[in-house]
Design a protein around this ligand. Structure first.
Ligand code: NAG
Ligand code: NAG
Ligand code: NAG
Length: 845
């Protein structure tokens, strides 16, 4: 009957009070007639199911649902005592997540409590005994007050005909519980002195306000703070124009936008989602003393942690005491700022840093007044609660003003944008400082050592070093000359030619690389038994073996088409054996006999990366921290090949199966230098023979045979995407025309939902902000034009810092087919392999 109503989820729980009276009066009428009347009323009702008006109420088991079905308001129970609360939760997700509670501290009992709106427009939650357990007072009286649940999760009271947010009579967004939703303001209305602060539930089953809260402190220069009771617990710091000084993890990202507003009327922080169909919230939790941002992942039907603070020990408020500096990774973590010393050395050594540090020489304003400042970089700015600020002063004016005032302890720019502006001065001990590896800003601290002192000392140091080095060089030169003279004398004596002796020395070096006997290798691998075969690479099969002395080895038996002579090959291998880096597989030796050419490597017990990331079963072994370490290790290994090694090697076949893992899952790149030894007819930057693997090859390489370090960067980008997503670029989707992993990543990126790319196996271990950064860097690496891609050294820096990243341009090869097309169009070739085997394509001449 109601099929035509249009609103499918209209709650039949909304009972119109007038209607109910009618119903009771008409008790003796045939039931059918009454029912029809009631149903007809629902059909024609103008009041939506997301609101109640003065003549309606909401009781147990009944709910309001926001227009687009995102949020739901109703009663829910907690604990064992039958306590019931009125709250708001997500309607659209299956995991019940309460984001707001009305009667946090006053639960109602039983089934007969209800929510209504009285004639004054006040919301009232009436307990079973008729007592009002909670109420919300409207700012003024209006004609037709209604309470409406909006799609943002905001419960508002307004006049029925007036939708203007400025005219809301009351809204739940002004009274946050433990959750900050998109669009909520955290902070102050300065005109009325009204504060919006988020406070944690006491416990998972007790929503009453705990003593853990998050808000904005207006003492001194405004800053975001988390408190435990009345004590600071974690300080996000002041807004520096780009973000908060103590929260480098909050930076421009594809998921949400954030802003801080500070003017005469208001001071607040707020955020909004770039894609409105995403679901995200920030919640503070007293049990674990953290503030966390979660994002709902539809595919996995779960909340994922995006970021969490405090992150580490150094985030504990003022851990190192006044004028102390917390450096995570140092042991102990606390140090005095340069120019300061521990106030209580005994306690300091016992790791009780609360008393902090003081100036190494007693402060004498007259004496030190004009002394100046020491500049510190990369710090979290000190607590600004005893600071003075002026947003229109320049940094030089700031410095002069600080110099003039004997109690000024430090100064900095209040806004770091565009080279810096504004003035922030501290008049108290400098509290709650830490060091950041990436991000962090400059701070000028007044000490008894002055800039000129420091410069002078630095100059002296440099001079001393130059002096020492030059004298050492002189000595070496003299010794060398003496040695040579002696040699020449000796040469004369023995009648030998010096050159011969030098060649002899080179020979000795050659022998650094062991040459294995073929017979030893055959024995170790059980005659290249199929049982010992580890895999098949682009240049041949790999076998596991055990030498007579028990050492485990991996033997790469090169296929016989290289055409390289014995000496050429050996020299090449010797060069490559000299490449030593902890992220490269170690070459132990080689074996050359007849047509057989073999390379002997250290054996990696955890085999190659591909066996972990693609298979569901083993993927769980690699949690996010391990994966991130693997990514960083591969990046460092590749950087070494590109830049730091003497040979400047382009790998040309970087892929998951060429990354081996040791016992501790440290990555080691294998097959480096193979293209060099085995590629044959290549010249610098252009090759007739394309060696690589579909799905990893950069467009300019696959199509034109042009290779460079940037084509390796492309492969690295793909590999990183695969590690984060747990999916293969090639064969990503099954239907023929559809997009591959890059295409998928790019689509998600453009739609501001890149998080859906992250491997669901890492659910509990990934902090999404880091994984997101990796996706961002990947997209920079797979850009179409080599000149747009970052170098590996830039990639390494990007991975370890928190600085903003450029926006990626559209990548190459979005479609699965393009790879084949690209390969096909230039090579009438012999590629037949469709799996991950490296291919060699020889262009017809
Ligand atoms: C706080 O976190 C703990 C551990 O993750 C969780 O069990 C608990 O439910 C959370 N508390 C609230 C109020 O959500
Ligand atoms: C130094 O600055 C403080 C804080 O602004 C102020 O109270 C004090 O009067 C100043 N002293 C001098 C000598 O200007
Ligand atoms: C937002 O995400 C949805 C899928 O969750 C997608 O269909 C939509 O296109 C995205 N919107 C924008 C503006 O990118």
């Amino acid at each position: 009957m109601c099929v035509h109503c249009g609103r499918s989820n209209r709650p039949l729980d909304l009972i119109d009070l007038r209607e109910l009276q009618d119903y009771q009066a008409m008790e003796n009428l045939p039931l059918m007639f009454v029912l029809t009347k009631i149903l007809l009323f629902f059909c024609s009702s103008a009041i939506a199911d997301d609101s109640i008006s003065q003549f309606q109420s909401l009781s147990k088991g009944k709910t309001l649902v926001s227009e687009e079905g995102t949020f739901e308001l109703g009663f829910f129970g907690l604990g064992n005592a039958g306590d019931r609360y009125l709250g708001i939760w997500y309607k659209s997700i299956p995991v019940k997540t309460v984001v707001w509670v009305a009667n946090r501290a006053n639960p109602v009992k039983g089934n007969s409590s209800l929510l209504r709106i009285n004639s004054k427009g006040n919301l009232e939650l009436v307990n079973h005994n008729g007592v009002v357990a909670w109420s919300a007072n409207s700012r003024k009286k209006v004609q037709n007050p209604i309470a409406q649940l909006l799609n943002s999760g905001n419960l508002v009271v307004r006049d029925e005909g007036d939708q203007d947010p400025e005219h809301y009579l009351w809204q739940s967004f002004d009274y946050p519980s433990d959750t900050l939703l998109p669009g909520m303001k955290l902070g102050w209305d300065l005109k009325t002195g009204f504060e919006r602060r988020v406070s944690a539930w006491k416990n998972w089953d007790d929503p009453s306000p705990g003593d853990f809260s998050w808000g904005i402190s207006l003492d001194g220069f405004p800053q975001v703070v988390m408190w435990k009771g009345s004590k600071e617990f974690y300080r996000g710091g002041h807004w520096n124009g780009l973000g908060f000084s103590g929260a480098p993890e909050l930076k421009a990202n594809p998921v949400f936008e954030f802003k801080f507003v500070s003017n005469e009327d208001e001071v607040y922080y707020t955020y909004s989602l770039r894609n409105k169909s995403m679901i995200s919230r920030i919640v503070i939790n007293q049990t674990i003393s953290t503030r966390q941002r979660y994002i709902w992942i539809g595919e996995a039907q779960t909340w994922r942690l995006y970021a969490s603070v405090p992150r580490d020990n150094c985030d504990s408020y003022n851990l190192c005491g006044p004028n102390g500096n917390c450096v995570i990774g140092d042991s102990p973590v606390c140090q005095c700022l340069r120019g300061f010393k521990p106030r209580s050395p005994g306690n300091w050594d016992m790791m009780d840093w609360t008393q902090g540090c003081f100036l190494t020489e007693e402060w004498n304003c007259e004496k030190w007044r004009k002394h100046g400042f020491v500049k510190f970089s990369g710090l979290k700015a000190p607590d600004t609660s005893h600071s003075w600020f002026n947003e229109s002063m320049s940094v030089n004016e700031c410095r002069d003003k600080c110099l003039e005032n004997c109690s000024c302890k430090a100064y900095a720019n209040s806004d770091v944008r565009g080279g810096g502006s504004g003035c922030l001065m501290w008049f108290d001990d400098l509290k709650d400082i830490r060091e950041f590896s990436g991000g962090g800003r400059d701070l000028y601290v007044r000490t008894t050592i002055s800039e000129s002192d420091v410069k002078e000392k630095h100059r002296l140091k440099v001079m001393a070093i130059i002096l020492i080095v030059s004298s050492a060089l002189t000595i070496i030169l003299v010794l060398y000359k003496v040695g040579k003279t002696v040699k020449i004398f000796k040469a004369f004596e023995t009648g030998k030619n010096l050159m011969v002796e030098n060649n002899g020395e080179d020979k000795k070096e050659d022998l650094d690389l062991p040459l294995f006997d073929l017979s030893a290798i055959v024995k170790a691998t059980d005659g290249f038994s199929i049982n010992n075969k580890l895999g098949e690479g682009g240049f041949g099969a790999v076998y596991m073996g055990t030498l007579a002395d028990g050492q485990e080895i991996a033997v790469k038996r090169l296929s016989q088409s290289s055409g390289q002579g014995f000496n050429e090959f050996k020299n090449e291998v010797i060069l490559i054996a000299k490449l030593q880096h902890r992220n490269l597989v170690k070459l132990l030796g080689c074996c050359i006999e007849g047509e057989e050419k073999m390379l002997v490597y250290e054996y990696m017990p955890n085999k190659s990366l591909d066996s972990f990331i693609y298979g569901r079963a083993k993927a769980k072994v690699l949690d996010w921290p391990k994966r991130f370490n693997i990514i960083c290790g591969i990046a460092r290994g590749l950087l070494y090949l590109h830049q730091d090694s003497r040979l400047r090697i382009v790998h040309r076949d970087l892929k998951a199966s060429n990354v081996l893992l040791d016992l501790e899952f440290k990555p080691k790149i294998s097959d480096f230098g193979m293209a060099r030894t085995f590629g044959g007819d290549q010249n610098e930057g252009n090759t007739k023979r394309v060696v690589g693997t579909y799905g990893y090859m950069a467009p300019e390489y696959a199509i034109y045979g042009l290779f460079s370090v940037k084509s390796d960067v492309f492969s690295f980008g793909i590999l990183m995407l695969e590690i984060v997503s747990g999916k293969k670029n090639r064969g990503f989707s099954h239907s023929n025309n559809s997009i591959n992993l890059i295409g998928h990543a790019w689509k998600f990126w453009k739609e501001s939902r890149p998080l859906e790319l992250i491997d669901s196996c890492m659910e509990n271990s990934s902090v999404l902000s880091d994984a997101l950064r990796c996706i961002h860097i990947s997209l920079l690496c797979v850009q179409q034009y080599p000149e747009d891609r970052p170098s590996m050294s830039t990639v390494v820096v990007m991975l370890s810092s928190h600085n903003p990243l450029p926006q990626p341009k559209e990548p190459a090869f979005l479609m699965e087919k393009e790879f084949f097309f690209a390969a096909d169009s230039t090579t009438k070739n012999q590629f037949s392999s469709t799996n991950d085997i490296s291919v060699t394509m020889i262009e017809p001449r």
